[in-house]
Design a protein around this ligand. Sequence first.
Ligand SMILES: O=C(CO)[C@H](O)[C@H](O)COP(=O)(O)O
Ligand SMILES: [Co+2]
Length: 216
Amino acid sequence: MNHLIAPSVLSADFANLQRDVEMLNNSQADWLHVDVMDGLFVPNISFGFPVVKAIKQHAEKPLDVHLMIADPDRYIKDFAAAGADGITVHYEACTHLHRTVQAIKDAGCKAGVAINPATNVQLLKDIIADIDLVLIMSVNPGFGGQKFIQNTYNKIVEAKQLIASAQSSAVIEVDGGVDTSNATQLVQAGANVLVAGSSIFSGGDPSSAISGLKNA
Ligand SMILES: O=C(CO)[C@H](O)[C@H](O)COP(=O)(O)O
Ligand SMILES: [Co+2]
């Protein structure tokens, strides 16, 4: 599979969200990555259902919703209703992860599980066959614009082996500090989906930054 690009709307201009979503519609972006933060699981608050709904109204590509919230079971149905196509929860935020994954699927969405930089890939062994996506965080979640953590490459290789041994169809997504300096090596290690926020939106030409990552 060719790798996919999922620009993070967290780095968009919130005062011009429709304009930025339309730019993404017309770009080589494959998905729109939507970061929801609750100020509890992570030390930052981003946005909730009304903003996800507003993005959905204009988006022509799937919404890849990354929930950085405590006890996400409480809100799965609401995010599905708001327009999520995929919902990713954090391993570290779920007491009953299997139940949460089933709830995501029951809500009609693709189910993803994210792991923080200090969480061992092997902890996904008993859920890997049930999920559609593994999100390997390459920064500590909570903020855009952080420095990429090098150990991510090893974790991608390990996740790929875990997926193969379980005959899982899960794809591997990487999130945090992704730019053209590491994109090629991430894809070579086995990443299928690259999330990028600041490297896309901080320059003057987001659309060509997306093309740069797509051609990595
Ligand atoms: O989940 C996230 C932060 O927790 C964001 O998706 C991620 O940080 C993307 O932003 P950047 O490319 O600027 O690192
Ligand atoms: Co994210």
